[in-house]
Structures are given as structure tokens and as C-alpha cells.
Design a protein around this ligand. Sequence first.
Ligand code: HDE
Length: 752
Amino acid sequence: KLAKDTFDRVVAGLADATGASSGPTVPGTPGSEPPSVAEPTQPREPLPPKPDQAEPQPRTATGTDTGAPRNARAQQGAHLTTSQGARLRETDHSLKAGERGPTLLQDHHLREKITHFDHERIPERVVHARGAAAHGVFVGYGTATSISRAGFLADGKETPVFVRFSTVLGSRGSADTVRDTRGFATKFYTDEGTFDLVGNNIPVFFIQDGIKFPDIIHAGKPHPDREIPQAQSAHDTFWDFVSLHTEAQHHTMWNMSDRGIPRSYRMMEGFGVHTFRCENEAGETSLVKFHWKPRLGVHSLTWEEAQLANGFDPDFHRRDLADAIEAGAYPAWELGVQVFPDTPEQTYEGIDLLDPTKIVPEEIAPVQPVGLMVLTANPTNYFAETEQVAFHVGHLPPGIDVTDDPLMQARLFSYVDTQLTRLGGPNFSQLPINRPHAPVNDMLRDGFHQHGVHAGVAPYSPNSLDGGCPFTAGGDADVSAFKDLPVRVPEASKVRDAPASYDDHFSQARLFWRSMSAVEQEHIIRAYTFELGKCYEEAVKQRQLQCLANIDPVLCSEVATGLGLEAPEPTEELVEATPSPALSQVGGEWPPDGRLVGIVVDPDAGLDGVEAVRQAVFDAGMVPLVVAPHGGEVDGVPVQRTFATVRSIELDVVLLAGAPAPAPDALPQRDAKAGAEDASRVDPRVLLLVEEAFRHAKAIGAWGEGSRVLELAGCSGAPGVVSGDDATQVLGDVQQLMASHRVWERFATTTG
Ligand code: HDE
């Protein structure tokens, strides 16, 4: 309830500020303005950014407000200039000795233009290279003030945020829907300094100690000889490593589950992974794990959808995020915390809180909501913002601190180090997207790409020549971060080792497996079978089967059968694991905001009910897409997709308002088999759409002639397939089915 109030308030406030309506507005849908694209005839100022691209207020390198308008860009005036501001007469021809002669070295404009172009690319991130991001706002509920004095958590406090989602293994140009972990990194521009919560969509990690990070990443990345496969874990080096380094098995199980192929960034959970230490006003500390809970629920693609999307729309997640924000279907997450007493053991119910391969089930430590984040604006420029944003685990506000988790400790070192190469020097925090919104007065000086024009003569402390400025906070605990909590370090000898509790590598993988529904277990079995089936080395497959035997014998034997190998006996005792229902994605009902509803029409048979359904879809906060044999309009209704441009993966629901006959340019017809004659009377691309939507367990609805398509596709009367005479009634039934995301009973299972 609280979250809903806050969500409505944020969205309403935004509508007031921008004059935008809070409902979806896609071109061609009722209520939206037609886009105006005119050929330019006169010089004019650069186009202003769209309302969904409002960036944070620009600051100077030392943190003060520049007074420049939001979205101030390096584009001024109506005319083309050199980088020095000299007006250019033309830019289409280089300076040559005669029309057919050689190009002259003195052509500064040519050289400046080409040289800059030559240096447009910067090194991509060594991991998490492929990403998409958005601006938004975080609103505190005030419920966390008992554990942390961080000001951004106060009741009603609004803090601008920038969030970057990513895949881990693929390079910048790789596909979005690969099986992988997703990054979920949030920059809170708090009044007390920037807080980066650099998390993932999976709450555990492959390794317990940061020193192993290059190993797991080298194993997961493409093979060094052929540089294949791209953005995949289905290959020998990955499974070689994780089957030998068995602490990776829990994370691997999550990757093989539906969590490895999210439906949308908007429908992922996020986790801080490590345990943090929080401190309240009274100086009391507690141990805390951060969780992001999506308002739309946690949903995934099917494996076939993910594979199809990699080809048909490699930008599937990136497009989904930007479209939803542009349509006004703002994605939202509640930030929650699991809170544990800060005891010397740093364990909870026997679970080691410093071991990043372990979760604490929500059933024994509930996630308590502390604020709401709503993403409200797309980046204005991908490179300037999404590419240049630099996160760091050590960017912490007062009241939130690190722990001794050895993975976290290594990260504290790594993130600045990587930016030095990636962003070309130590001044990356002066880039607009990285500038804190709190005033900065840091005494850091010079270096590549220094934008600050620092005044004064004494960038050192103590000084008297600049009047002793800037002053430290001294003993004022309210304002100082890095308070250096007096946490006791156990008396110990230097040692390259881990505590005994880190030796348990299988019990939580088993807990996860046991918490899954039969459908989810089936998906996990098939994922392991696929991934290991893509390996060449039998020794690797057998070693991974041994790990599965130590997790669950049924899982192991099903995968072994798929691989045609013997299932080994467990080599470790199978500890009984109590299932955690919170880990399953099946069950529950969720809002349909921003979902895409395809409406297939037959222009030759009229659009009975289509307009009413479009309006109803729109009113429900979803996006109607009319699908027809050709573009343009049908009976005055705009067509958003043709049979040539639509594929099932894009649609959450398929509605059939007609049974369009094959177009002359359709796919080759089926040959004369039983029933083929009937089927050939409907465009085969429509049948394919329905067949795929059915296989992907999506809701399907039809009315009038559309019901004939269901008959021909052989799915009439099946679960989740609705037909009737009244179009809006059909839509109503379909909407109910959509609330649970998939028609789960359509999936076959072996374990249920
Ligand atoms: Fe990262 N990680 N990481 N990581 N990580 C990077 O930093 C690293 C780890 C995560 O959208 C890099 O700026 C080490 C855990 C995200 O810009 C790099 C270790 C978690 C992102 C780096 C870890 C993450 C990164 C690459 C083991 C989940 C993308 C570029 C000690 C809690 C942030 C960069 C963005 C990015 C190093 C482990 C999440 C190289 C050494 C655990 C979401 O510095």
C-alpha cells in the first residue's frame, strides 16, 4: 500500500513537472500526439531532449550548480563549427589540389574530423560491457532510520538515481537475452555524497574470495584461441572451472534456472550480494543485506524465446526498458533490507554472513521495505551516460559501511583501478554522469582530462595560506563518511586460507533446487543438459555430473540421461534443505504495466471489436500493437507491425481478430499433408505466431474469424487459450491469465 502511494505520487509529480500524462503514450495509440518529423529548411538550435530524457542538474567539477539548463550539451547555436567554434562553410568535401587532385595536408577540418572519429571508441568494460540504463528517483520510507543514519533513507526524502543493468560475459555488441547473470548497479546522488549499490540479479556469487575473479571470468569469456563462444557459459572452459571450483555451484544453479534469462530488466530482483554494516544515529551497528523487489514481479523468458530474441531482436532488454519509460510505464522497485545482529561471529542461524555464496532465506529473515525507486527518464546520450558511468563499491554515504567479506574487500580495490584505463585517467568523477550532487572539495588535483579550474594556492592540509580550507568534519559524526567504525579485528596470524564454514558448497544449491516448482525444475534440468551438451570434453561433463549428484540425485540422473552418460553416486552427504518458497517465480499475481498486446487483423474482413480492445488495452496501462499483412492503416487504425516485422517474442499476448489469408510474399506453403489444405487458407506467419506463443505458454485470445486460426494451429480449447464472440470479454479473460505471467500448466514436467 505504502509503495503504491509513493509510486503514484512520484508519477503524478512527474506528470505535473513535464506536462506528460501518466499513462502510456506510444505513437499511433489513442491519446498520443502524432510525431512531427519535418525536413529542416532553416538553421535552428539543436532539438531539445525528449521529456523522458531529462538528465540530472549539471554541476561543476567542484560540485556547485553550474546554473546551466538541464541537458546542457556540447551543442550550441544553429550552425556547424570546428571544435574551436569556427563556423564551417561545408563538410562534405576535403580540400584537394584540383577536383581530381590529391588531398592537402593543410585541411585542418578534415584531419580534426577524422582524428576525433578515430578515437571515438574507449575500452569496453572488462565485465558487464553490455548494458542499458535510466534515470529515476528514490524515495525513502523512513523505516530504515533505526538501522542507518544515511539521510537518503529518511521518510519522504527524494534522491536522484541512475541505474545501469548489464549482462556479465558478453562484449558491448553482444545480444541481451543470453543465459547469464545480470548486473543491477544503482548510483544514488545523495546530499551526503554518492552511494553506489553495485549489485546483481542473483544474490550469490561464483567465488568467495576476490582473488579468484580473473579465474572465473577467464573461464567464462570466449576461448582465447578462436574467441568463441560470445556471451555464453555453454562451453568447456566455464564448466571445467565451476566443476573444479565447487563453491561456484550455487551461483551456477541460479544461472541455469529461469533467473538466467529474465523477461525484462523491469522484472528482475536486485541484490547487494555482500553483507553491509549499517550504523544508526546512536552509533549502534547491524549487518544488512540489500534487496530490490520489482513492482512487476520477477519473470523470465522461456529458453526458446531467449534464443529467438538473440537473433530477431538482440537489443530486446535495452529496447524494452527504453520503450516502457518512454510510454510512461515507469519501472519501479522497492528497496528492502534483511537485518542481522552485528555479533562477533557474523553469522545468522548458522549461515556465515561473510560468505557471498550463501543467502539467508527470506522466511527466516524477512526483507523489510525501506524505500521505493522509480525510473522515469531515458539517457539523453548512450555514450555520455550509460557508457561513461563509473560505479564503485566504496562510494558509501555516512551510515553504510563495508564488511570483511573477502570478495567485497577485493572489489574495493578493483573499481577505481579499472576506470583509470577505461575512462582514461583519474578525473572520471568529473564526467557529468558521475558528478556527485553533494558539493565536492577534495584537494585532488591535475591529471588527464582535468575539468576543474581550481582556485587557491594550498591544495594540502594543514595549510594557512588558503585560510586552512577546506576544513574536515572533525568529530562531527553527523556529517562524516568513512567514520572508521571501531570494529574489532580478530587477533590472528597472516594466512592465505578461508574459514571452515566456506567449505560447504552444495547445501544451498540444494536448497535452491528444492524450492523450485516442477516447471522450474524442468527448466533447470534442460538448461544443464543444453549447456553440458555443448561441451566437448567428457571429463568436464562427468565432473559436473558429480557436482549435481552432490546437489540432488534426480537432477543428476535427468541431466545424465540427456547427455547419455551414467549418473554418478554422491560423494558428499546430502544435507536436508528446507525449501524457501520466496525463491520460486511461480505463483502470485502481478500488474501488466507496459506489456505488449499483439492484435492480428484481417483487412479483408473488417475490424470488428478491434478499436474497443485497443482502447481497453491502453486503459489497462499496456501497449496495443496492431499486426496486419501490410503497414500504414487498416480502416483508419494505424498498423504497428506487419507479418514481416512481428515475431512472437515481442508480444506478451496474441489476440486474433481475424484469419488473414496468405499474402503472395508469404513463406513457402506447407505441402499437401492431412489438414494442410485448411491451414493453407491462413497466412503461415500468423500460424507460426500462434504456435510459438502457445509453446512459450503465453495467453492467446480470439474472436470472430480469429477463432478459426486457433483450430488450424491445433490449440483451440487448450489451457490459456480463450475464444468467444465478444472481443472485450476475451480481452478480460486474457488479462486474468496474464497476471500469473505464463500459463504454467502448458509446460511438461518430469519431477512434478
Ligand atoms: Fe564487479 N566489476 N567485480 N561484481 N561489477 C566491474 O567495474 C570486480 C562483483 C558488478 O554497470 C568492473 O567499472 C571484481 C560482484 C556490476 O558499470 C570491474 C570482483 C558483483 C558491474 C569489476 C567483482 C559485481 C561490475 C568492470 C571480485 C555483484 C557493472 C567495469 C572481487 C555484487 C557496473 C567496472 C556498471 C563491474 C570487478 C565481483 C557486480 C572490473 C574484481 C560480487 C553490476 O572493476
